[in-house]
Ligand binder design. Structure first.
Ligand SMILES: C[S@@+](CC[C@H](N)C(=O)[O-])C[C@H]1O[C@@H](n2cnc3c(N)ncnc32)[C@H](O)[C@@H]1O
Length: 279
């Protein structure tokens, strides 16, 4: 048996141990990128083989958060893919504004930049006070950072962040929504106060709550077709009739069993409306 085949066996055993010992099921993550991340974890931990990770996963305190941080890819930025925020600003927020109260689920929030960007849009649309954003993730370390809402000042002040905010239709200055001192920028209380952070695992957990919009970008790409299908159904069941699903420009509902139950309102930014009139 060659090295690659042996490594695949070891990765399978590592995933089995992760599920049996800690209850996290990565079996339905897209194979190629998951492999790369497990190999990267072994290298970062100074292991000669994937198999060496297994006893550490089973017995070593503090190993799980490091493993989850590597396997879950909590990479994000303020106003990432600005055309999606522009589309939300122009096409979705005016419709959501007709509700007296609005609930939004942002799944896979990583360190919180995306839900912060969304809250800034809502503030600029004059809707923030009637909105509750539920931001969830599997990665507790990322959630803790999101909850704190403190970022390197460069994440807010650098030209690219400001340019993305502008491309997303912003007319103020991104830094207006942060308090910056000693090289760090903290999200303003008013923005932060409408966001609740919670642990939720899209692989294993059920409907989070009934919401008017689900925002989930750059998460489904890490899942295989079977898991994408499960998660798409979960989003469908979480949405009120007439609610919106925003997947962003890298993911699609195609090939999922709920594709027919949504109508695309922005094909480029993959924003969908759940079929059926709003209540
Ligand atoms: C690449 S980040 C995307 C962050 C943000 N949505 C964005 O587009 O900038 C992917 C996030 O999905 C989260 N994630 C991965 N698997 C998950 C799961 N099973 N349940 C919930 N979140 C998950 C990761 O922890 C990570 O924070």
């Amino acid at each position: 048996m060659n090295d690659a085949a042996l490594r695949d066996i070891e990765i399978g055993l590592f995933l089995d141990a992760m599920l049996a010992r800690h209850g996290y099921d990565f079996h339905h993550y897209a194979k190629a990128s998951l492999k790369r991340r497990v190999v990267g974890l072994a290298q970062a931990e100074g292991c000669q083989s994937i198999a060496e990770l297994i006893p550490r996963l089973l017995r070593e305190d503090g190993f799980l958060p490091r493993a989850l941080a590597r396997l879950s890819v909590p990479v994000t930025e303020m106003f990432r893919d600005p055309p999606v925020f522009l589309a939300l600003r122009r096409e979705v927020l005016p419709l959501l504004d007709s509700y007296p109260r609005v609930a939004i689920w942002q799944a896979g929030c990583a360190t919180g930049e995306e839900c912060t960007s969304l809250a800034i849009l809502l503030k600029e649309a004059g809707m923030l006070q009637k909105v509750q954003i539920y931001a969830t993730d599997i990665n507790d370390a990322a959630l803790a950072a999101a909850e704190e809402g403190v970022y390197p000042a460069s994440a807010v002040a650098e030209a690219e962040a400001e340019a993305n905010y502008r491309k997303a239709g912003g007319t103020a200055t991104l830094a207006d929504y942060f308090h910056t001192a000693y090289g760090f920028s903290k999200v303003a209380d008013e923005i932060r106060s409408r966001i609740v952070f919670a642990h939720h695992n899209l692989v294993a957990d059920g409907v989070f709550c009934e919401v008017h919009m689900v925002l989930c970008r750059n998460v489904l790409i890490y899942f295989d077709r079977c898991l994408q299908n499960r998660v798409a159904s979960l989003f469908h069941d979480s949405l009120a009739r007439g609610g919106f699903l925003c997947l962003g420009n890298r993911e699609t509902l195609q090939f999922t069993s709920v594709a027919e139950r949504f109508r695309a309102i922005d094909g480029e930014c993959r924003i969908f409306k759940k079929a059926g009139a709003a209540p």
